[in-house]
Design a protein around this ligand. Structure first.
Ligand SMILES: *Cc1c(COP(=O)(O)O)cnc(C)c1O
Length: 505
């Protein structure tokens, strides 16, 4: 093949023809591979997956190419056969959502056209779509504000980073550095952002039942003795899906004259539902809010958002680069996009969001969110009905259910936690289920290890999830027997034991 003929482009008039042929290979391979995998993840554990993947994918940079069809067939097969696929109802470890087909199809258009969101002359219409999308999201978060705004980010981590950066810049005129005050339940990215920005390590406020204790926040703010402060609360914690008491937190922050940022990476989409939005009451009193539509929004990664109460708050991000936004170009009416991110070259991530929003409407999105919340409640009741399992006492957080096998309670605390960890690893190694793990307070106030089911599948019914409970019960009995025989399992947090034989289906 000649150099040009061997590398057809995705764009232009002829691009779609090339893409049609190649996407046919991709789609056929995805389908065959999902059947071959036959479950939520590949069986055999890391060594086996590495062996099978390497056999199909290496050498990744051969001297002579093998051609587009063959390379796609091999590597798509490798990645799909070896995937942890959130479209399988038994893949529930993380805030790792199954993307909607409509959003994935929109990604293809974005990839083919490749707009870059840092200047108008790379993204004339994509820039408008981004503006419409961020305006709609900004209005959703701050409905009463005169000039709300929002930025597209790569995810919650970047959103939290930019929120802290903007707060630091607002505080820069004063003599004292910004202090960040956050809950013990906050996402690690809040701590990392403070570290990256050269801020003092965040002051951590105690939590009760997985949520910030307002009295403890009050004492902490009283003890700081003035100076600029950003309180960071969470609406949907990563471990438990708990929502901090936002109205009380907002009231306390206002009383001390300090600002509030809410990390709603998980819980933000509750706003789509009239029935569930009241759980986020107080969110609109935050100066900035993190959202993440690659979690409860069914977007392919990346789909992060940072909403701010007033567009003027984004001023510190403005920047001149003569090749991207020269003053005379801006004066002549070319939109200036560079100040909409801390990144330069940037994907058109708003496109898939806009397509999804238009396709489903707010009502359609609301139904998907409500489905996940309802399914989690039903799943929680199913756990409660099983004598061999025990749910973490208390309310279910959004769509996250924590539970553990009762056999783990029958041992010393450390040995019990080791049984829980072993159950999770056994199911992973066997390719039967992808459950998460979380350390959380039990009814007696003690912190224990739990299995975590983060239910983000917008179509899976609770009946589709019941086999998970059988798998856990069965694996727990085995782990308990193995622990008797060997007298101990690796302490939770230690290295995994080798996979046992496959469970019967
Ligand atoms: C997932 C998550 C983040 C980080 O978001 P990324 O998209 O992974 O960068 C931040 N905060 C919370 C509460 C999260 O659950």
């Amino acid at each position: 093949m000649s150099a040009g003929g061997g590398a057809p482009l995705a764009g232009g008039v002829h691009g779609p023809g090339h893409l049609r042929a190649l996407t046919a290979v991709v789609l056929d391979t995805l389908e065959t591979a999902a059947r071959a995998r036959g479950g939520p993840l590949p069986a055999g554990g890391p060594d086996e997956v590495a062996r099978r993947t390497t056999a199909l994918a290496a050498p990744v940079l051969p001297e002579e190419g093998i051609g587009a069809e063959a390379a796609l067939a091999d590597l798509v097969r490798a990645v799909a056969e070896g995937a942890a696929d959130p479209a399988d109802p038994a893949c529930v470890a993380h805030l790792h959502c199954p993307p909607l087909a409509v959003a994935a199809a929109a990604e293809l258009a974005g990839a083919a056209l490749n707009p870059s969101m840092d200047s108008w002359d790379q993204a004339p219409a994509a820039g408008v779509i981004e503006e419409l999308t961020t305006a709609a999201l900004a209005r959703l978060v701050h409905p009463e504000a005169p000039a709300p705004d929002a930025l597209i980010t790569s995810g919650g981590t970047e959103s939290n980073l930019v929120a802290l950066l903007l707060a630091r810049e607002r505080a820069a005129a004063g003599e004292r550095p910004l202090r960040v005050v956050t809950g013990a339940n906050a996402h690690h990215s809040v701590h990392r952002a403070a570290w990256m920005l050269g801020l003092p390590a965040p002051t951590v406020v105690a939590c009760h039942d997985g949520r910030i204790d307002p009295a403890a926040l009050d004492r902490t703010l009283a003890g700081l003795g003035g100076g600029p402060v950003l309180v960071v609360a969470t609406a949907g914690t990563t471990d438990e899906g708990r929502i901090d008491p936002l109205p009380e937190i907002a009231r306390i922050a206002e009383r001390y004259g300090v600002e509030l940022h809410v990390d709603a990476a998980y819980g933000g989409p509750l706003l789509f539902s009239e029935r569930l939005a009241p759980r986020l009451a107080g969110l609109d009193r935050a100066v900035s809010v993190t959202l993440d539509l690659h979690k409860l929004g069914w977007q392919p990664v990346a789909a992060g958002v940072l909403a701010v109460a007033d567009t003027a708050l984004l001023a510190p991000l403005s920047l001149r680069a003569d090749y991207l936004n020269a003053d005379d170009d801006t004066e002549a009416g070319l939109p200036d996009l560079l100040g909409r991110s801390v990144r330069t070259t940037r994907r058109p991530d708003a496109l898939k969001m806009a397509v999804t929003f238009r396709a489903l409407g707010r009502r359609g999105l609301s139904e998907l969110v409500e489905h996940c919340v309802r399914t989690a409640e039903e799943f929680g009741r199913a756990v409660d009905a099983r004598p061999a399992l025990r749910r973490r006492p208390g309310a279910i957080g959004i769509s996250t259910v924590l539970f553990r096998p009762v056999v783990a309670d029958e041992r010393e605390p450390e040995a019990g936690d080791a049984v829980v960890a072993e159950v999770r690893r056994t199911l992973l190694m066997d390719g039967r289920a992808v459950l998460g793990r979380a350390v959380a307070e039990d009814g007696d106030g003690r912190r224990r290890l739990w299995l975590k089911a983060t239910l983000l599948h917008p179509a899976a019914a609770s009946a589709d999830l019941l086999p998970l409970l059988d798998l856990v019960t069965e694996a727990a009995e085995r782990a308990a027997v193995a622990a008797e025989d060997a007298d101990s399992l690796p302490a939770a947090g230690g290295t995994g034991a080798p996979a046992t034989e496959r469970l019967s289906p």
